[in-house]
Write a protein that binds this ligand. Structure first.
Ligand code: F6R
Length: 369
């Protein structure tokens, strides 16, 4: 049942190209436009949305953080992403023109469910992004966009995360498409690039042996830090979360721009720091800033593990370990940059003798608050 893999997690990591392709299947028509009729919120209502609020927990929250960048860029609708457990105990401002997006693999997470109930009570429309047919969260939502990852058995979320990202991009691009923004041409181009992205995920999976080797060599460390910027920031948080839950190591993700506001004090000789580097194309200013960050931490003794696009030569002098990822549009990069972090955490946990499918103290679906 593990398809020849030692762990479900390894099987599920390997299934990601297919999961991504399946989540796109039937949602892009012959002319390259999105067809999301299954989202039964009529286009005229979606056109009136003036605020998007995303609620989720854990890994699903990280996909929601990335969605914020995509939604605000392609639709120009203000979007906030909030931990479901925080959202429901504040007094959030919502009305009929607010679209609440609840993201959940299991569809049973109590915090997310309570957040969406609270949102509907205030009159907001709720769209669920969910991997489990007929589960509670989609049943209680106004609409649902299913991710087609297939059953996820390992406690640590991998393929569900990538498909949540795909679903979030679909929602962002669809909202952009029906509302018509100045990014119309870019939206059409990105839809085409998204339709081809599963090949890039496959490509990364084929180059993971050095990542596994590196992970094994770090098994004796206590701490690993992760840095990222823009959509690489939630990826850094996700890399740190995977390492905490699987390897039981102290792992923290930071926004690279925050380094000088505190975290840089943590850097000491030999400390492994994983850095997710933005594409040098597009937002090249951000790329250069992150490269300076790598330079700064290395000068203070960090052992740098750099995840950078193919052809990005600027990082080479400062990378103790260099992990290459395929060239993708800036906003889609998390679909490829997350994969090495999953493999890294899984291998490190195994090297430390942990059960990666059943990490201590964790349950696959958290149905209590
Ligand atoms: C991390 C992980 C958890 C879940 C979180 C939300 O690997 O599995 O952080 O992502 O408990 O679960 P769902 O998506 O089922 O609502």
């Amino acid at each position: 049942e593990k398809g020849g893999h030692d762990y479900f997690m390894l099987k599920e990591i390997a299934e990601q190209p297919r999961a991504v392709a399946d989540t796109l299947l039937g949602r892009i028509d012959g002319s390259g436009s999105l067809r999301l009729d299954e989202v039964r919120i009529p286009p005229h209502e979606l056109r009136e949305v003036d605020k998007v609020v995303i609620v989720a927990c854990g890994t699903a929250f990280h996909s929601g953080m990335i969605a914020k960048y995509a939604i605000e860029h392609w639709t120009r609708i203000p979007c906030e992403t909030e931990l479901a457990s925080e959202f429901r105990y504040r007094d959030p401002i919502l009305d009929q023109r607010t679209l609440v997006v609840a993201i959940s693999q299991s569809g049973e997470t109590m915090d997310t469910l309570m957040a969406l109930r609270h949102a509907r009570e205030q009159g907001a429309k709720v769209l669920a992004i969910c991997n489990t047919n007929g589960s509670t969260i989609p049943r209680e939502s106004d609409a649902v966009l299913y991710t087609h990852a297939g059953p996820e058995v390992a406690v640590a979320s991998t393929k569900a995360f990538l498909t949540q990202l795909v679903a979030c991009y679909l929602v962002a691009l669809y909202l952009g498409q029906i509302r018509g923004t100045k990014w119309g041409d870019e939206i059409r181009t990105v839809i085409r690039q998204l339709s081809e992205i599963s090949g890039a995920v496959e490509q990364v999976l084929g180059t993971m042996e050095p990542v596994r080797e590196l992970a094994r060599s770090l098994a004796g460390h206590d701490t690993v830090l992760f840095l990222g910027r823009h959509v690489g920031y939630p990826v850094a948080l996700e890399g740190a979360l995977k390492l905490k839950e699987l390897a039981y190591m102290h792992a923290e993700g930071f926004a690279a721009g925050e380094l000088k506001h505190g975290p840089i004090a943590l850097i000491e000789d030999g400390l492994p720091v994983v850095v997710v580097v933005p594409s040098p194309r597009g937002r090249s200013l951000l790329h250069d800033k992150v490269v300076s960050n790598i330079q700064e931490i290395r000068a203070r003794g960090a052992r740098t593990v750099v995840i950078a696009e193919e052809g990005d030569e600027a990082v080479v002098p400062y990378a103790d370990h260099l992990i290459r990822i395929p060239i993708t549009p800036t906003l889609l990069q998390p679909l490829v940059s997350t994969v090495p972090l999953q493999v890294f955490a899984c291998e490190l946990a195994t090297a430390r003798g942990n059960d990666v499918d059943q990490p201590r103290n964790l349950a696959k679906s958290v149905t209590v608050e």
